[in-house]
Design a binder for this molecule. Sequence first.
Ligand SMILES: Nc1ncnc2c1ncn2[C@@H]1O[C@H](COP(=O)(O)OP(=O)(O)OP(=O)(O)O)[C@@H](O)[C@H]1O
Ligand SMILES: Nc1ncnc2c1ncn2[C@@H]1O[C@H](COP(=O)(O)OP(=O)(O)OP(=O)(O)O)[C@@H](O)[C@H]1O
Ligand SMILES: [Mg+2]
Ligand SMILES: [Mg+2]
Lengths: 271, 271
Amino acid sequence: HGRGIALMNQKGGVGKTTTAVNLAAGIARLGRSTLLIDLDPQAHATLHLGVEAGARGGSPGAYELLLDPSIGVGAASVEARERLRLVPAQTDLAAIESELVSAPDRLTRLRAALAAVPEPERAEFMIIDCPPSLGTLTLNALAAVREVMVPMQAQFLALQGLGKLMETVSIVGRGANPQLHVTGVILCNHDAGTTHAREVVADLDAFFEQARSTDRPWRAARVYRPGVRRNVKLAEAPSFGRTIYEYAPGCPGAADYEALARAIVAEWDAL
Amino acid sequence: HGRGIALMNQKGGVGKTTTAVNLAAGIARLGRSTLLIDLDPQAHATLHLGVEAGARGGSPGAYELLLDPSIGVGAASVEARERLRLVPAQTDLAAIESELVSAPDRLTRLRAALAAVPEPERAEFMIIDCPPSLGTLTLNALAAVREVMVPMQAQFLALQGLGKLMETVSIVGRGANPQLHVTGVILCNHDAGTTHAREVVADLDAFFEQARSTDRPWRAARVYRPGVRRNVKLAEAPSFGRTIYEYAPGCPGAADYEALARAIVAEWDAL
Ligand SMILES: Nc1ncnc2c1ncn2[C@@H]1O[C@H](COP(=O)(O)OP(=O)(O)OP(=O)(O)O)[C@@H](O)[C@H]1O
Ligand SMILES: Nc1ncnc2c1ncn2[C@@H]1O[C@H](COP(=O)(O)OP(=O)(O)OP(=O)(O)O)[C@@H](O)[C@H]1O
Ligand SMILES: [Mg+2]
Ligand SMILES: [Mg+2]
């Protein structure tokens, strides 16, 4: 139906949330309807957009939606910006793993909720901000999308976690979601000038190249170029509850995420 | 006995491992016996030092030590550098939470192992590298030391997790370990030139100032100054299995971690 992307990386602090918010907002600003789902109990994407992280008894969000998909995505989301709806997260989400532990469909709750959205109400683009883990929340995201994109920093220790990430995608791809594949890596906080970053990117390129003639779910994946440069404006914007376009329109961070949004939309329109 | 420090922060990618390795190595290079314990299933500290992350059936490490403290810290550690012993981690550690779930002493396993070390064999300084979580492994670290230091980046979203971190320290401090306190924050990947960083540091200063006349376990805490500057050499060193002093002796990263090591030793000697 639409283009659904899970921004996933079990490593912390790599740029998932910064990318989720500014990519989703960037796509919405290009005139395309977008749904952003905050699946992280830290609720940083929710905070970043200046939306209240849900309190128990308040308006429903990701927690309520996973506990009872029948309440509907519409009821569990708010209009965060023009053409951008947000399913907010809340700290209660941390309890989801234990609360759903005996539910046979605990990994496809989000998929069920999205499947129930009437066609006219569906957003064209969907972005899911995952927590830094490979647990129930991330697995719900992986079952609910066709695509995975991996925000990461071009650093040696960041490469170490990739194997486990790809293995998780493979498991879901062989089981609950045969359509699932890795579309690419988004280089965040990128310092293209250093030899180290270039070497890590070369490693990534080679890793994807080797998969080209296989049946691995990353066989068509690539590193998106250029990366998103390090720009302190991107770290400041969340403290004002603003997207980078609202906070510092001309800055490198805004330019880089707008370029990424254009690329994501252009790829989709080309199909 | 000695100075025991847990480097803790449930937020990922903030500099725990980079600090653990280079601080421990820095202290050892000042002539002081040091024990570094890698409690992270990612085993990045172990990798950083060029030591094999333990394979099942190989020489014992943190996993075996937590499963059976009686094997002894000596048997579960290797001489990683002169005056620096390392208890290596291994991916098996990820299973510790479930394997110990019904053990009544599951949170004091590490403390028991350290208490059993004969006086002459004890290191003067001990550093524990914690995983990015507040689970069984981190709680074992908190029960085994007197001091917590929090590596973090001076960014808005990094401040959001501090409340939960402090609450966890309080809980352990009221329960298993009354001596536990937060000594300070170590600013990693620090960009002292930006207004944003200065504002976040000012927030941290104020947070600790407000606790001064209370009985909170961070009432004597402070932000260590100066921070550790961003320096790509620090990200490159682990890919060679080297400390920063071996990899790039003159660089800013080496200077900053050496200065921190000197400060940590000087504080101890002043008591
Ligand atoms: N390109 C960039 N330039 C400067 N700062 C950045 C950039 N990208 C992200 N940051 C900052 O780095 C920190 C980590 O980024 P972010 O929160 O997006 O990572 P994350 O992967 O979502 O983390 P978590 O695993 O905790 O969810 C944040 O403080 C963010 O503001
Ligand atoms: N001062 C610095 N300058 C440049 N790079 C740094 C600096 N400190 C840390 N890094 C790099 O940032 C990344 C994250 O650092 P590190 O692994 O020490 O964080 P961590 O808190 O231990 O992460 P985790 O939560 O995954 O254990 C690593 O690739 C590391 O090499
Ligand atoms: Mg995030
Ligand atoms: Mg680490």
